[in-house]
Design a protein around this ligand. Structure first.
Ligand SMILES: Cc1ncc(COP(=O)(O)O)c(CN[C@@H]2CONC2=O)c1O
Length: 420
């Protein structure tokens, strides 16, 4: 049984009726294809319910217009909807209000915004940025390159054999030279849930900021940025039932107020002369040019959909599926699973089958209509540390079932037979 009505939810996702699969012969059954899609690649991107698509269609059919309150009815409607989307996101993560919510293209751009607008200005030789060994390239490469540009240094909190952060090492690293701690909330490779509130305390004790990468946490569990006391927090709409093309940067108002924009143009200005320019209020100061209007409205609908289910229930469903998948895969001695035990992780499992490259395994799974991700999941340094060139990752969401995980395990077994 599930904490959510999976059958009813699946009705909202027409794509889940897709039949896919390669041409392969099943012993005794002959040629087989056109199998029901088993979508287990949600950490890469989630699927999109009718309610979100309807919100997009309603916008383009009903009130498509540029925003910031043009003097006509459509612009007024679009402006209000766009501004309300900021309010809705703020409410969802318990930010103080729209002033703390900047819409970007994705999580990657949200991290880059802070790295350029704050990092380039504030970091210099002798300063340290503390990351973790499990960071996604969106933060790891960004802070690594900004440190090179500014002469700052980067340190990495060690990950232990179970895929958890070594908090004693964190205590050693987070010293007075540290200006920023940037840490992933839920690892997209290990499934590890990091103690971000504790790390925030450690950062604040030495006068540093903390940036939490919430790309895999906001979609899958309740997140309260004030409870964590994050200075910055980022996530993406496409991982939480929303469209691609929108990410969110949360920032404490007082910090964003003190930070100059790094993207200039229309909509983010108040007054421009040939000599000087002044900036709009928050959050518009950080949203240069025509913003992600449709995407903001669609993200609002996605949040409404998730809130109807309840994020505690989403989290519980993720935990049940993650534990089930972990336990099923852990039955086999020739499978190596990365990250903490199944009862202490987010809704994903990355693993390798001895003797079979992740790409070959994922190709066989695809023949069985099972969609997973094979590769480094944008965590190459972590894969180097794990001694794995790549891994296969199954990741779950609100429309996935135990039966779909059984199909994953059966397909892995087929690969085992094929490559034996
Ligand atoms: C932890 C984490 N941080 C940042 C990002 C970047 O998000 P955007 O691509 O929306 O900027 C991702 C995306 N997850 C990748 C994308 O594909 N597979 C993954 O695991 C992620 O999982």
């Amino acid at each position: 049984s599930y904490p959510i009505d999976v059958a009813a939810i699946r009705e909202d996702f027409p794509i889940l009726d897709r039949k896919v699969g390669g041409d392969f012969t099943v012993p005794g059954e002959g040629e087989n294809d056109d199998l029901p899609l088993v979508y287990l690649d949600n950490a890469a991107t989630s699927q999109t319910p009718r309610q979100v698509v309807d919100a997009i269609v309603d916008y383009y059919y009903g009130y498509n217009s540029n925003v910031h309150r043009g003097i006509h009815h459509l612009s007024q409607e679009a402006s209000v909807a766009y501004e309300n989307a900021h309010d809705r996101v703020a409410e969802f993560v318990n930010a103080d209000g729209r002033e703390e919510i900047v819409f970007t293209k994705n999580t990657t751009e949200a991290i880059n915004l802070v790295a350029y607008a704050w990092g380039l200005e504030e970091l210099g030789p002798g300063d340290t940025v503390v990351l973790t060994e499990m960071e996604h390239h969106a933060s790891l490469v960004t802070w690594q390159q900004i440190a090179k540009k500014t002469g700052a240094s980067v340190e990495y909190i060690r990950v232990d054999d179970e895929g958890r952060l070594d908090m004693e090492h964190a205590k050693e690293l987070i010293d007075d030279s540290v200006k920023m701690v940037s840490v992933v909330h839920v690892s997209n490779t290990l499934g590890t849930i990091n103690p971000v509130a504790e790390l925030a305390d450690m950062a604040h004790e030495v006068g540093a900021y903390i940036f939490v990468d919430g790309a895999q946490s906001v979609p899958t569990r309740p997140v309260d940025v004030k409870d964590i006391d994050a200075d910055f927090f980022a996530f993406s709409g496409h991982k939480m039932l929303g469209p691609t093309g929108i990410g969110v940067l949360y920032g404490k108002e007082e910090i964003l107020e003190d930070t100059s924009p790094y993207l200039y143009g229309g909509e983010m200005i108040r007054r421009v002369t040939y000599e000087e320019s002044t900036w709009e209020d928050l959050p518009w100061k950080f949203e240069a040019g025509t913003p992600v209007i449709e995407q903001g409205i669609a993200l609002h609908a996605a949040i409404d959909y998730l809130d109807d289910i309840g994020m505690e229930n989403v989290q519980k469903h993720e935990e049940l599926l993650a534990e089930y998948a972990y336990d099923r895969l852990d039955e086999f001695d020739d499978i190596e699973i990365y990250g903490p035990p199944g009862d202490d992780r987010g809704g994903l499992v990355a693993f390798n089958l001895d003797g079979v490259h992740a790409h070959d395994l994922s190709s066989i799974l695809n023949d069985h209509a099972v969609a997973v991700r094979a590769g480094d999941h944008c965590t190459q340094p972590l894969h180097d540390k794990l001694g794995a060139a790549a891994s296969t990752r199954a990741s779950f969401y609100i429309y996935n079932t135990y039966e779909e995980i059984d199909k994953l395990v059966d397909a892995v077994d087929d690969a085992r037979q094929l490559f034996a």
